[in-house]
Ligand binder design. Structure first.
Ligand SMILES: Cc1cc2nc3c(=O)[nH]c(=O)nc-3n(C[C@H](O)[C@H](O)[C@H](O)COP(=O)(O)OP(=O)(O)OC[C@H]3O[C@@H](n4cnc5c(N)ncnc54)[C@H](O)[C@@H]3O)c2cc1C
Length: 482
């Protein structure tokens, strides 16, 4: 029997056939749900039920999850169309780091999975032969996903201010070109990514150095400009390898990886931790378990993928220099001199691959909410020896990923802002950004929002129930016995 993704002669069935099947599946599943939300207005302006900041995979999955619940969402992304998230901009790996089988934002729909999309175009044999998903192909898949699921994304639209109000509205300033308008939404989801509540971690030793001489691994950078130059990469995670390899392939004279540890971690504990029980159960675990687990994974560190590491080591002019924590960096004779306990390293250019940090005060769009968001450090004291800055700074979220006020009453309406980006991990587990469990997180978020809306609009729905008059029985189905 031919596979659904293949024609009877074995050739790939193509995207048109896949899209037809997807439409059929959606219809069979009664998707999207019927419209049940009341249309609300404020001073003549129709309210957006849910606004989403960010049209990456988290924003897409959230919008699709809401559509499944019959709730309309409008997504704003400052990126240009088709370039949301890191994949086609700042990411530099050849393939995704995660295994190809993970279901990502498929939301339980086989025809919406990457595999279905891939096999329909290239055939099942190519799928079997595929090692990991090429990075740009993942972006192509997300572009297709957005189109077939009809997600309402407004690109080139930066959210520049968020102001929760006491009257159950959130004001959102959206800047498009030189114009800024205020959108009124009933709820807002931040699907702003890995660095979604902060930005790149810049080590203090880089402060004051000329910006043309260094970059963070997540910066946009023309790596061709590194040809013939001596490059130092600080760090040993996945992004260090990607930056080092890209510099080497661009013709860097040499790349020195300065690595604080004496060895690279070998085991990805986060991957090992992934089970349905944890995905569904993390939120309900006691604080102590949540902290212990996330802290252990943080301390163990995620090893860079084997392929990414070998992409560096196959270059003779790459050096893995262990046991070299950075003592300082300064300009000497038009070069950067990087001091370590095992000697100095001169470089024409330094790339710091030091990850991301939570710092909502560094994001101007959060200026009104940042002082009021309750973080874990505001109410939880870890056991001695388990201190962890990232965890301490993580937002302490409610069951629907909602922010909570540090001091109740100081920012009414803050709980209408839902945090569906990576920093939700301590509260909810890794269901709000990474590929493995993004559908689980999006379903939880969408179901929770549907429930909150119903409760809020109870009088409206109750009135509808009272007014409901569609008969099931016409009265002619029986004859009463005398
Ligand atoms: C280099 C790199 C490689 C990764 N590789 C993998 C991998 O292989 N497997 C895996 O599971 N995970 C991986 N991740 C982790 C995670 O899957 C990605 O970060 C992914 O992009 C997260 O999706 P997202 O939708 O949460 O955020 P993003 O894809 O980053 O999307 C967030 C969007 O929000 C927009 N935005 C932010 N602020 C605003 C604002 N104020 N106004 C308007 N728009 C805004 C941005 O423009 C962006 O498009 C990787 C992360 C990085 C950085």
């Amino acid at each position: 029997m031919p596979l659904p993704s293949a024609n009877p002669d074995g050739t790939p069935a193509g995207l048109v056939a896949l899209e037809a099947r997807l439409r059929q599946d959606l219809e069979w599943l009664g998707w999207p749900a019927k419209q049940w939300m009341p249309v609300r207005e404020h001073e003549g302006q129709t309210l957006v039920d849910v606004a989403i900041v960010g049209g990456g995979q988290a924003g897409l999955a959230a919008a699709v999850g809401l559509a499944q619940q019959g709730i309309q969402a409008v997504v704003f992304d400052r990126a240009r169309e088709g370039f949301e998230g890191p994949w086609a901009t700042t990411a530099r790996m050849e393939t995704l780091r995660s295994p190809k089988e993970l279901l990502g934002p498929a939301m339980g729909l086989p025809a919406l999975s990457f595999r279905a999309w891939f096999e329909s175009q290239f055939g099942p044999a190519e799928w079997q032969a595929l090692d990991k998903i090429p990075r740009l192909q993942w972006m192509d898949y997300l572009r297709w996903y957005r189109g077939v699921m009809d997600v309402d994304i407004r690109n080139d639209s930066a959210v520049t201010d968020i102001r929760p109000r006491p009257d159950a509205l959130v004001e959102i300033d959206v800047t498009h070109g030189s114009a800024t308008r205020t959108v009124l939404a009933r709820r807002l989801i931040l699907a702003t990514g890995r660095d979604g509540l902060g930005g790149a971690t810049i080590p203090p030793f880089m402060e004051g150095l000329p910006r043309v001489r260094w970059a963070h691994s997540s910066d946009e950078l023309d790596y061709a400009s590194l040809a013939g130059r001596r490059v130092v990469v600080i760090g040993a995670g996945s992004s260090s390898m990607d930056s080092a390899a890209t510099a080497l392939e661009a013709g860097a004279a040499s790349v020195d990886l300065l690595i604080r540890r004496d060895d690279l971690p070998r085991i990805n504990k986060g991957k090992g931790a992934g089970t349905p029980g944890l995905t569904q159960g993390h939120f309900d675990m006691p604080d102590e378990y949540k902290w212990r687990l996330r802290h252990y994974i943080n301390v163990a560190n995620v090893p860079p993928p084997r392929g990414s590491t070998m992409r560096v080591s196959r270059h003779a002019n790459a050096r893995f220099l262990f046991g070299r924590p950075i003592l300082g960096v300064k300009m000497v004779d038009n070069r950067l001199r990087v001091a370590t306990p095992k000697g100095d390293f001169d470089a024409d250019f330094v790339i710091v691959a030091t990850g991301f940090r939570i710092d909502w005060f560094s994001r101007p769009e959060y200026r009104h909410i940042a002082p009021h968001i309750r973080a874990w450090k505001d109410r939880y004291q870890p056991l001695p020896g388990n201190e962890d800055e990232e965890l301490a700074d993580s937002p302490d979220l409610g069951p629907v990923f909602e922010f909570q006020q540090r001091t109740p009453g100081e920012c009414p309406g803050l709980e209408r802002v839902h945090c569906f980006c990576y920093p939700a991990a301590l509260s909810h587990g890794t269901v709000s950004g990474d590929i493995p469990n993004i559908s689980d997180g999006a379903r939880r978020l969408a179901a929770g929002i549907a429930s909150l809306f119903y409760r809020e609009d109870f009088e409206h729905h109750y009135a509808n129930i009272l007014a409901y008059d569609e008969p099931e029985l016409l009265g002619d189905e029986w004859t009463p016995a005398p």
